[in-house]
Every structure is written in structure tokens, then in C-alpha cells.
Design a protein around this ligand. Structure first.
Ligand SMILES: [Zn+2]
Ligand SMILES: [Zn+2]
Length: 306
């Protein structure tokens, strides 16, 4: 399962009733925070989430509305008695940028590892979660992230029984491990499991023009969270100049990716009522929803496993 909470939906500056865009994923007991602008500490508390389990903080880019709240979030984690190491994944020069920010909070009761993003599109494993960062197109270097929770193939107890595998070894085979029996036979996990099953994918991209990499990496996402800085093409010149999207462009990405659902976020402060533009976005991708602060969903594995 992936528990998704959209903490905030604002772009540029927090407003009363609208925190800056950030998101919390809870997967297998690990929390991953994506972006932390000025209001994120309050947004986390408002959503009823804890600071302590945050193991990874992904920063899309170094614009203040996406990182200026980092020190406060880390201090709240320290106040929550967090002791385990924390990793921050952020664009190049992260060590320098974050190092400067930490002048005002030089010590934490946990190790802080800063890892810099690269321009290639390569998945890596984080606590059993496959994370693929991908560069997008903004005014400054900016990345999106796709998170994939794989699902083990279904275990076939009849096949294990037929091969004479003692029950005590079943859980190892179930978790994908090959095992050797006392009689010297090697039993491969694939001999007692069915075909590979589909996992759960969440893809997040904000502060970008629509570039193909978003739908490519986010193919078949169960949920896409994409920026919708402006409601319609009246602001297209500004969107193109500043590296942002209008609602229909974000909807086009979700459609091209074959996503199941799209949440829009990162609204311009000049966009008080995002719902007013929703119908147009839904003509492009019907499963479009205007994100709201604290919006939450629990994504489960598909019933049939495919
Ligand atoms: Zn922004
Ligand atoms: Zn930006």
C-alpha cells in the first residue's frame, strides 16, 4: 500500500488556507517527504502526520517555495526524537545550498546525508521502494520523482508441496529467495511462484513545462500529482516563460501516461478557485481532480494482481 497525502497546493507563496505544494508518502513504515516550502511544518501537523518516520526528503529544485521550510522540518524531526539517519535527495550543489541553510541549525540528533540528483533517468532502491528521479524543464534545474512499490509474485503452495519443499522454507521462496533442500536439490523461487504482478506507482512533477519524460517514467501510474500553475491558456505565455503548465497540459501528460488519476497542485496565488477550470482539464483526462491541502488516498495493490 502507498498512503499519499498532498500537504499543500500553493505555488510561489503560502496563502491563508493554502499551504505551499508538498507531499508525504507513507510506504512500508517509511515516510518520504517531497518538497518543503515555508508552510510545510504546519501542513504536516494539520494533516495529522508525524515528523519522526521521515527517512527521505526529496527536493525538486532550489526555488524558495520548495525548500525554504527545510530547516524547520528538520528541527521538528529532532524534537520528535528522531535518531535514525535522514537522507535528502536534491539537485546539484545541494551540499552547498543546504549547508548554508544549516548555519542556523548546525546540529541534529541524527545523521544527515545529502545526495545530489543526476541528469540520467535511473531507478534506485530505497527500503524496497523503487525511486526514479527524472529531470524536467523549468527555469532552474528541476526534477520529478516516480515511486514504485513492487509486488511479489503469487506463491503456489501446491507447486511447493509437489516438489517436496518443507513448509519451513516456504516464506523464503515466497520472498523471492532460492533455497537448497537437505537432499541437495536447489529450488528456484520462480518454480513455485506465478507470473510477476503489478505494483503501485505514484509520479510527482511540479514546476515544469510538459516534457515527454514525465509520461514515459510515469507510465501506468496509479496516481500522478502534477502542477497546474494556471487554469487556462490565457496565461500560456507566462507559463512558457516561467516553466510552468496550465491545467490542460498536465491532463495531457496523465492521459499520455495511461494514469489512473491526476491530482493538480501548485496553483498560482492569482488562482483563487481552481475548480472553475476543472471541466476543461477533464475533457483531456476525465480522472483529473483539483488537489486540496490535506487530500489523502490509500493506494492498494490491484485485486487480481495485474
Ligand atoms: Zn514552485
Ligand atoms: Zn520553481
Amino acid at each position: 500500500m502507498i498512503d499519499v497525502t498532498l500537504l499543500g497546493t500553493g505555488g510561489m507563496m503560502p496563502l491563508p488556507g493554502r499551504f505551499l505544494t508538498s507531499c508525504m508518502l507513507q510506504i512500508n513504515g517509511h515516510s518520504i517527504l517531497i518538497d518543503c516550502g515555508e508552510s510545510t511544518q504546519t501542513a504536516i501537523r494539520s494533516a495529522g502526520l508525524s515528523f519522526k518516520p521521515i527517512d527521505l526528503i526529496c527536493i525538486t529544485h532550489f526555488h524558495a517555495d520548495h525548500i525554504s521550510g527545510l530547516v524547520g522540518v528538520l528541527l521538528s524531526m529532532a524534537n520528535s526524537e528522531r535518531k535514525e539517519p535522514v537522507t535528502i535527495l536534491a539537485p546539484p550543489k545541494a551540499a552547498q545550498v543546504i549547508g548554508h541553510m544549516l548555519v542556523i541549525a548546525p546540529q541534529f540528533p541524527f545523521e544527515l546525508y545529502v545526495s545530489e540528483l543526476k541528469n540520467d533517468v535511473l531507478p534506485f532502491d530505497f527500503e524496497g521502494i523503487q525511486i526514479t528521479p527524472f529531470p524536467v524543464k523549468h527555469r532552474v534545474p528541476c526534477w520529478g520523482f516516480s515511486f514504485y512499490l513492487p509486488r511479489l509474485a503469487k506463491f503456489d503452495p501446491d507447486a511447493a508441496e509437489a516438489l517436496g519443499v518443507p513448509r519451513i522454507l516456504w516464506s523464503r521462496l515466497q520472498s523471492g529467495e532460492d533455497v537448497e533442500l537437505d537432499d541437495g536439490r536447489l529450488i528456484r523461487a520462480r518454480q513455485v511462484t506465478g507470473k510477476e504482478r503489478r505494483g503501485i506507482r505514484v509520479t510527482y512533477a511540479t514546476d515544469t513545462r510538459p516534457v515527454p519524460v514525465i509520461s514515459e517514467v510515469g507510465r501506468d501510474s496509479d496516481l500522478m500529482i502534477l502542477e497546474g500553475m494556471y487554469g487556462n491558456d490565457e496565461k500560456m505565455d507566462k507559463a512558457m516563460h516561467d516553466g510552468h503548465m496550465i491545467f490542460e497540459e498536465a491532463a495531457g501528460i496523465a492521459r499520455d501516461a495511461g494514469a489512473k488519476q491526476l491530482w493538480l497542485t501548485h496553483y498560482s496565488p492569482a488562482l483563487p478557485d481552481p475548480e472553475a477550470y476543472l471541466d476543461a482539464a477533464r475533457t483531456v483526462f476525465p480522472e483529473t481532480v483539483c488537489g486540496t491541502c490535506g487530500m489523502h488516498t490509500l493506494l492498494r495493490y490491484p485485486e487480481d494482481g495485474r
